[in-house]
Design a binder for this molecule. Structure first.
Ligand code: PGA
Length: 242
């Protein structure tokens, strides 16, 4: 694991953008694994700014997202489809058919899991997977207890995850109880992984990810065994590692 400790969220976002932009320049048709949540928003804004200033093109990039809520139609304001369109796909003008996100409102969620896993396989390897981390150590929506070898599957969200994400919804009752997520096994097949973490709320999870026992109770701990992981972490998130 390569650990880069930075001052704050802004520096984390800039460093992550440097790595991602370099990857896109080296391979304009790279497969990027993308994440939602508050963590990658700064990174995405940096990519948009770079594109405006330097004209980096994303027209040949392919993307796969980690997860989607079950029960929300894609046009819902809280769907990860909407999030990605607003924060990244539209501003970077990535062609629609190059972007992939699980569908959260099909009639057969298991079939959707199979379909999504096959899409990822058909793209070959994910060249660079961006990850945030939950304060309980989840990656994607792989909550504690998720199998290290799992493929795309349906997950029951932990109450703590629903509480953490309730800030985007009108009330906690509106937060979906399930999601479709790439499995830890799917994530681990990526060629390279970039995990971002900012703030005190992530400090315990980051300590376990870097120094803890490798256990399904802390899904991100499996990253210790991946050959090409970089963690960009700000001082607060790194505070329990010193
Ligand atoms: P956050 O979520 O970026 O909104 O903190 C991260 C996660 O739950 O994976």
């Amino acid at each position: 694991m390569k650990i880069i400790v930075v001052e704050d969220y802004q520096e984390m976002s800039k460093k992550a953008a440097e790595i991602l932009i370099k990857k896109v320049h080296e391979n304009p048709s790279a497969v990027l694994g993308l994440a939602t949540g508050s963590t990658p928003v700064g990174l995405y804004n940096e990519l948009i700014e770079d594109r405006q200033k330097n004209g980096t093109s994303y027209k040949d990039i392919r993307t796969v997202n980690l997860d989607e809520y079950i029960g929300l139609p894609k046009e819902d304001k809280n769907s990860y489809f909407t999030f990605m369109c607003e924060h990244l796909f539209k501003p970077l003008e990535i062609p629609n058919d190059h972007t992939h996100i699980p569908k959260g409102n099909t009639t057969d969620h298991l079939e959707e899991c199979d379909r999504y896993e096959k899409i990822i396989e058909s793209l070959g390897q994910v060249d660079l997977q961006i990850l945030g981390i939950g304060s309980n150590g989840h990656i994607g929506f792989n909550e504690p207890g998720s199998s290290f070898t799992g493929n795309t599957h349906i997950i029951d969200l932990k109450e703590s995850t629903r509480q953490a994400n309730a800030r985007f919804f009108e009330s906690i009752d509106d937060v979906p109880k399930q999601a479709i997520t790439m499995g830890v096994g799917t994530i681990m097949k990526s060629r390279e992984i970039l995990l971002l973490a900012s703030g005190k709320a992530k400090a315990e999870a980051i300590r376990g990810t870097i120094h803890g026992e490798i256990t399904e109770e802390l899904p991100a701990s499996i990253l210790q065994t991946h050959p090409n992981v970089t963690i960009i972490v700000d001082k607060e998130a790194y505070s329990l590692c010193e």
